[in-house]
Design a binder for this molecule. Sequence first.
Ligand code: NAG
Ligand code: NAG
Length: 494
Amino acid sequence: MFKNIHLLYFTLLLIFFILVPTQSAPESAVITEIPGFSGTFPSKHYSGYVTIDEVHGKKLYYYFVESERNPSKDPVVLWLNGGPGCSSFDGFVYEHGPFNFEAGKPRGSLPTLHLNPYSWSKVSNILYLDSPAGVGLSYSGNKSDYITGDLKTASDSHTFLLKWFELYPEFLSNPFYIAGESYAGIYVPTLAYEVAKGIDAGTKPILKLKGYMVGNGVADDVIDGNALVPFVHGMGLISNELFEEVNADCQGNYYHPVSDNCENKLATVEKEIKDLNIYDILEPCYHDTQSKITLGNEKLPLSFRKLGETERPLRVRKRMFGRAWPLRAPVREGLVPTWPQLLSSESVPCIDDEVATSWLNDEAVRKAIHAENGNVIGNWELCTDKIRFYHDAGSMIKYHKNLTSRGYRALIYSGDHDMCVPFTGSEAWTKSVGYKTVDEWRPWHVKDQVAGYLQGYENDLIFLTIKGAGHTVPEYKPHEALEFYTRWLEGQKI
Ligand SMILES: *[C@@H]1O[C@H](CO)[C@@H](O)[C@H](O)[C@H]1NC(C)=O
Ligand SMILES: *[C@@H]1O[C@H](CO)[C@@H](O)[C@H](O)[C@H]1NC(C)=O
């Protein structure tokens, strides 16, 4: 058949490169079916563990959703939830994952999964990671690993990424982004910095980091700590008089109260807002497991409570988990108490994690998504108190300066009705980086409606608000979130 030996050689070579281009995604990681979902997967899903410390048996769990558009060209985005101690299944189940979860009946039974029309996998490959070990489905054989902090978490996640890309080398050429929310305002820049250093040092494999994204993220103790009072005043939650008094007594310094008068005024502020859902001041607060809903503030007229409603397949949670950043529990240098530690109880204000909890603690689900079962790693919890976590990286502003000045793009977005990490702090610290404004404060639109506001700075640093969204933006505004996400990743004007 082959008359020419060179042609034969060439053909064999061609076949070799077609069949064995590089090693590709591990077949054992493919998810073929998933309890609660009866449809066809719109793209490939993979999941499993990556061992980042063989001696300790430290294993980080990931769930990878391929893009439903063009997996070989679309960016790979790493997603991290915060806490510290919260699982990235928060993002997967409640925010921008491929499914919307409908609560099972009777309560606590397996939820029904529907396809999420606003999944971020519509336009990107997205990698959900439970980090650090001890959080979500990640664990270690040596419990000493559960004492950790910002810097160790960043270097562990970097190790994870290098090993993950070795398992999935076909994604090494895609643009790579790091994204997260809340306390991931610390995880994202510290990890991006590690990755950037690795790239500079020629650490293999070379990741194609392009930039990062932070939503309602913690950044700077002082600036974020001072952001609450102006926010609650601007939102009409405290009176002008109280605002003037607290301002006079604290001199704008709410983070380090300077006097007893200031302390007392801050206590009054706290009293005024304590019944609100801190993750979205317009949403009701979930009070107990009997699903009894009491409205955050009965005095608000119904029309006001309904403000900002948007199209979405399922309603948002009545309560949620995150980080009560400014509310008397600011993140400071040193030990950061997890939510359960902070309250010394299981009950966390305004949180409903029932759907995720019942799904992820089902043994058939665990098996389907290649997670260890409950006998080995215990119950999945949205946010755990298993870890002792130290904030040891200081202010994030130096990280943002370093990364953006070296050409990494940054999008800092805020749901503007979040009281946990209010936009007033993110707006102030992005300005404080000191860059020239290149896109003056202006509205941005979705379907001819104002979806929020943005201010663009040089070096591709953008601060963006999402009007009417709470702490977990894609949960409240899935359509708007997918819009800005898509435009930003594609480098279009938002
Ligand atoms: C866990 O790791 C620590 C630190 O490396 C080590 O000192 C300790 O012996 C280990 N414990 C076990 C049970 O292996
Ligand atoms: C950013 O950090 C790296 C690593 O520490 C350092 O080498 C570099 O000079 C810094 N760049 C800027 C612009 O600050």
